[in-house]
Write a protein of this length. Sequence first.
Length: 445
Amino acid sequence: MRKLTFILALVVAASSGLSACGTSSDNENGAESDGKITITLMHRYQKSNIGKSPEDTAVLDGLERFREDYPDVEVVEEQLQNEDYSIKAQSLAAADDMPDVFIVPGSWMTNFVNNEIVLPLNPELDKRPVWRDGYRPGTLDAGTRNGQVYGIPIAAGPTHLIYYNAQLFAEAGFTEFPTSWDGLMDAGKKLEDKGIHLFSYGDKSKGYALSSWISALTDRFTGPKWTESILAKDGAKFTDDGFVKAITVMSDLADAGYLNKDLNSIDTEMMINYYFEGRSAAFVSGIWSAMNIVNNAPDNITEATRVAVFPGAEGGLGNSLSSSGGAGVYYSVNSDVEVGEKMDAIMTLLEYMTGPSSAKLMAEVGGFPAYNPGEFDTAQLHPVALAAYEASDAAEATKIFDLWFDASVVEVINTEIQGVMAGSITPEDFAKSTQRAYETFLNNP
């Protein structure tokens, strides 16, 4: 029997006024009495984003292809905006009333697995080895617990890429993005002399720093073994030198004035606008920002934009080409769905939405699919989108901390890093606070 201890933020507020989605009334083979299979599907991909978002474009194309090829399967679909989806999904999960197929962010997966909301998919994937084995290394990880796959990934790619204005760097004396920290600080000084910030930075909503900066920077100094040790509760500490050095890099950039002073009070949209306006020479974000630049930046900014990653750290243990990345969002199946015709139809639907054809389309319109698309037509890709794809493909993916660390630790990091960037908290004190939260988590399994 499913556990009833499931608690997530916003459940109480969300539970009123939301209609249930629920699973369809099926016989034990998953077919309706008239022989038609019905699948209920809830996700956050929007028809209005087709042609704008590679992920939405590819997933919804896969859904339509499935409908055309399987007219005897009815897909009852509910499309929600991101915030609405989060509220409703958590409410339905708490009420034990999820649809057949739904989106699960990697950060939710442990709760959903522990409360038996999602179905282990290994037996079904084992029937489909070609599809199963086509996912990029690491993209199944955040949807896997104890060797069991509970989620099929959709898109992947780094949360850390540097989009930079090559013209502004050239005017400051740099023909390429700096490959050392000393070089980066030198560029910051020369750009600041021209009244231009090295990076624009916006962490108003909390989480940007951890996802796009801290996850990648920490690996530069500690290498992935430190992260694995933290996750395995195997001796690594947040007070270790490597983690402190990573935070110190961020603190140094802020203290030197190489970031905008309102860094904690603007969001990532405004951060990118600062780059579009020429107020900064670069910004750090994920692969999703490539198409934002292509679609929304002034022509002179788009033409000057190149892609890089943080420099390697001297004496650091991480790969200088690595980036925090992987898949962060998964399609999962309700644990009430039984093996049979309906389950077969669901797995086929998931392959259509996330597998080879969907992946190729996603890549061709500027996205980075979790499934390896193999060779695809790059002719229509803007150079910025192609550069972001190539940088993503070349990068060794390391873990995105906010998908893996316990929520209590993530909350402390997201809050305290704002003090670091404002100059009110030292990197050392930040590390101690994070370690205390981690030890509390260790002592309360």
